[in-house]
Write a protein of this length. Structure first.
Length: 400
């Protein structure tokens, strides 16, 4: 693993840029701007890039096609421009290489590394946390570093950037989705290292010494000076990356304690409280009920106000133990708009009956039932959904 490429991932706004700047300040390691390489790769038929008859033309076109939006003027900026690599350099590099996905990425990262006078490169794209299996398939010996930050602070930060979330709830659900999808891989992969942002900024030397030992490098005190590498990573001078070139701020943690209202704290812990405990973050609120949602927690953003009010009643949506059973049943949305029952007439009837049985079971087991519908008028929307609306109307929340 001594010279293997390094990949930095994490939910956006978790500290990936700071970590990239720190590693880039190492005498042996370069780290350029986000490539979004694997995120772009999943949108095409990657095998076509490697066909002998079209190599390297198709691969060159793919590299040229990767660009990012500038939020200052909404312009599309080519990746090779951000890396200050000439198009012909990419073409010449790939003409000398065998067809492979790693070589396509090498055409950017290795040339940047050489220009920086380094011996090893790191790549940081937060969203690659959803591409971990692909990274491991193509880079079997590479260390992957996942940086974690208190999801409440992440959510607050995500609501303040132009590309982030429209609400705290949306941001929390984004964090949960990314964590749910990536955590099984992280737990199973022996070359993936998890680092808490809070530990990094409060004990940087200790944490970086452990991290360097993992990736096979010597810790260098110069890594703490990100004044130059931070500026390179923030070449577009976006406000949300300004601090990365400044001295590490140990106070930039637990922002949620003063920024969130009591209701927002309930909301946060209702959604990610289980992971907060597992990751060692403090919790403040008490929950007496375990809720079960139908058809999907993702619908909560559409009915955010009612959902936030509901969670403040002491209802959470994660199990404290594997044996715990839900005491609250929450139905979200309009049966028609959210497609609770779909398919042909027979399938819709079957789906409706299944939901009705579920409601009956909840009643018999003395579960509390809530229907967050948005309060729309009971307009005609087909027999199946109309029956469901009628059955659930006594449980509408908030009450009509």
């Amino acid at each position: 693993m001594k010279n293997a490429p390094i990949f930095i991932v994490g939910v956006p706004r978790s500290g990936t840029t700071l970590l990239a700047a720190i590693l880039g300040a190492h005498s042996r390691i370069s780290c350029g701007p986000e490539t979004h390489f694997f995120r772009k790769l999943t949108k095409i038929n990657a095998d076509k890039l490697l066909l002998p008859d079209t190599w390297p033309a198709a691969a060159i076109d793919f590299v040229y096609s990767i660009d990012h939006t500038s939020f200052s003027d909404n312009q599309r900026i080519p990746l090779i421009q951000k890396y200050q690599i000439d198009p012909e350099q990419i073409a010449e590099y790939l003409r000398r290489k065998e067809p492979s996905i790693p070589n396509i990425l090498f055409s950017i990262t290795e040339q940047y590394m050489a220009a920086m006078g380094k011996a090893r490169w790191a790549e940081k794209t937060p969203e690659h946390i959803l591409a971990l299996p692909a990274i491991r398939m193509h880079f079997p010996e590479s260390p992957i570093i996942r940086i974690i930050r208190d999801p409440r602070d992440v959510a607050i930060s995500l609501t303040k950037v132009p590309w982030g979330a429209m609400s705290l709830l949306e941001a929390l659900l984004l964090w949960k989705r990314m964590d749910d999808e990536s955590n099984p891989f992280v737990q199973a992969d022996h070359l993936t290292y998890s680092l808490r942002y809070e530990d990094l900024i409060t004990s940087p030397e200790d944490e970086l010494a452990k991290l360097c030992a993992f990736i096979g490098e010597e810790f260098e005190i110069e890594m703490l000076d990100t004044s130059e590498t931070g500026k390179r990573l923030n070449a577009r001078n976006v406000a949300w990356k300004d601090k990365v070139s400044q001295p590490i701020d140990a106070g930039n943690r637990s922002i949620w304690k003063n920024k969130l209202t009591r209701q927002e704290k309930y909301l946060s812990e209702a959604i990610v409280g289980g992971r907060l405990r597992t990751l060692g973050y403090p919790t403040e609120e008490g929950f007496v009920h375990l809720g079960e949602i139908f058809p999907s927690l993702s619908l909560a953003t559409k009915y955010a106000d009612a959902f936030e009010t509901l969670t403040s009643k002491g209802i959470r949506f994660w199990q404290a133990t594997e044996a715990e059973r839900a005491t609250v049943k929450v139905y979200i949305g309009d049966p028609t708009n959210e497609s609770w029952v779909t398919g042909n007439k027979l399938l819709r009837i079957f789906g409706m009956v299944k939901i009705l049985i579920d409601i009956l079971k909840a009643q018999l087991s003395r579960q509390s039932i809530y229907w967050i519908s948005g309060g729309e008028p009971m307009i005609w929307s087909g027999y199946s959904s109309q029956v469901l609306k009628k059955i659930l109307s006594p449980y509408q929340f908030p009450p009509g």
